[in-house]
Design a protein around this ligand. Structure first.
Ligand code: NAP
Length: 224
């Protein structure tokens, strides 16, 4: 086997090894409706979760309700502790968070549920919508393995485990992001459908891939 093939093979094995670790340390930045719901699902599925926000002292009850695998911490603590990071904040927070987290998430998989809205998120939201949300994420989060998922399903439907059988688009480009993104979606009780980041705008609220579909319905939507 040529050296180049061996290197590719070793890289894939490494990615698969990371993705297949038995449990993950998940740092949740933004522990509101979505971050709180998803973090609780992952903690109950056996992963270790740290919920964080600008007010970690308010997250004790959430961590307690999520069970022994969950705790609360500051944003910096969750960023350092998590081997995978879930970012679930109003998009208007992205400039400040990018500054706060500069260099701290490099090389980590970051799954963002965060959506830009022109009203709620002001100029930051309008800019992200104009340039495309994945490009905007890359601007704020250079150096991470980016995943976008859970962007256009309401948090109540995430919570409702009768949602099992529902498919969630997972927008990611590199192998590590695709593997961990798919795993997080699976472990929250949903079926991951992998798509390139170039399609991430289609998964925003109101987009053609938004809503709660089963796998066959979502695949039909993709072909339209
Ligand atoms: N709601 C839904 O059903 C839904 C579904 C899919 C996607 N989304 C998207 O997911 C994101 C989160 O939505 P949500 O409904 O969970 O919002 P939310 O309930 O308002 O929660 C937002 C969380 O972000 C934290 N936060 C805000 N600014 C922050 C900052 N600068 N640094 C750290 N933490 C910060 C807030 O806590 P502190 O204020 O204490 O910091 C809070 O914990 C949004 O972009 C939303 O559009 C929402």
């Amino acid at each position: 086997m040529s050296r180049i093939f061996l290197l590719i093979f070793a890289g894939l094995a490494l990615c698969a090894g990371q993705a297949m670790a038995e449990t993950l340390r998940i740092g949740v930045i933004g522990a509101g409706n979505v971050g709180g719901t998803l973090g609780t699902l992952w903690a109950k599925a056996g992963h270790s979760v740290m919920f964080s926000s600008r007010h970690p002292e308010q997250l004790g009850d959430l961590a307690k309700a999520a069970g022994p695998n969950a705790r609360a911490g500051s944003v910096d603590e969750a960023a350092a502790w998590g081997e995978v990071i879930v970012l679930s904040v109003p998009y208007g927070a992205m400039p400040a968070l990018a500054e706060q987290l500069k260099g701290k998430l490099d090389g980590k998989v970051v799954l963002s549920t965060s959506n830009p809205f022109s009203g709620r998120d002001g100029e930051t939201g309008r800019k992200a919508l104009a340039q495309g949300v994945a490009l905007a994420d890359r601007h704020y989060l250079p150096g991470v393995h980016l995943v976008r998922a859970f962007n256009a399903i309401g948090y109540a439907a995430m919570k409702d485990q009768s949602g099992q059988g529902k498919a969630i688009p997972v927008f990611a480009d590199d192998a590590q992001a695709r593997a961990l993104g798919a795993r997080l979606v699976h472990d929250a009780g949903f079926i991951p459908v992998l798509l390139p980041l170039a399609r991430a705008d289609q998964g925003l609220p109101g987009g053609p891939l938004s809503g709660a579909w089963n796998e066959a319905e979502l695949k039909r939507q993709l072909d339209r």
